[in-house]
Design a protein around this ligand. Structure first.
Ligand code: FEO
Length: 179
């Protein structure tokens, strides 16, 4: 049986991951309205990844004989007024998620719950990648995206990249599920 506090945090993190998916869908909608299909697709894929993070947490709880309680998902409440705004929001959000994962890790460590710590290792690595990707989106926009032609080329690039990233991610997810 896992520690009570750890269980609460894991269950809560499921909700937080679904909220992340909701936030990224909101960002995808914003870019879709601007006809930036590459940016929109990029965040559609991000939303899918967040949903998969929630499913991984659910699976871990189920595999440990724990009851999963799904709570209401909060409404995305960010407002965007420029192409850069959602990129900044996404970067800040990933840092917030990193803090949440670290907090669960801390509780697991306190409880000598080595199984959960091992499980969370993947999330710790994933957060490093997600922060890096979010920051790269910002720096590339600042470097190239403020010129209309540069923004068009970036958007086209994200449109092409998506399918490759999606293929890689599906492979990784299957690997984790059937481990
Ligand atoms: Fe599931 Fe982007 O953190």
């Amino acid at each position: 049986m896992l520690d009570k506090k750890v269980i609460e945090l894991l269950n809560d993190q499921i909700n937080k991951e679904f909220y992340s998916a909701y936030l990224y869908l909101d960002i995808a909608n914003y870019y879709d309205d601007l006809n930036l299909d590459g940016y929109s697709n990029y965040y559609m894929v991000q939303a899918q990844e967040e949903r998969d993070h929630a499913l991984l947490l659910m699976k871990y709880m189920q595999n440990n004989g724990l009851k999963v309680t799904l709570e209401a998902i909060g409404k995305p409440d960010k407002t965007f007024s420029s192409v850069l705004d959602p990129l900044t929001v996404a970067s800040e959000h990933e840092r917030y998620v990193t803090a949440l994962i670290n907090a669960i890790y801390h509780e697991a460590h306190e409880a000598k719950d080595y199984r959960t710590m091992k499980f969370l290792d993947w999330f710790v690595d994933e957060q490093m990648e997600e922060e890096d990707s979010a920051d790269t989106m910002i720096s590339r926009y600042k470097l190239f995206g403020q010129d209309p032609k540069g923004l068009y080329l970036l958007d086209q690039e994200y449109l092409l990249l998506i399918f490759f990233l999606q293929f890689l991610y599906i492979q990784l997810f299957l690997h984790l599920i059937f481990l």
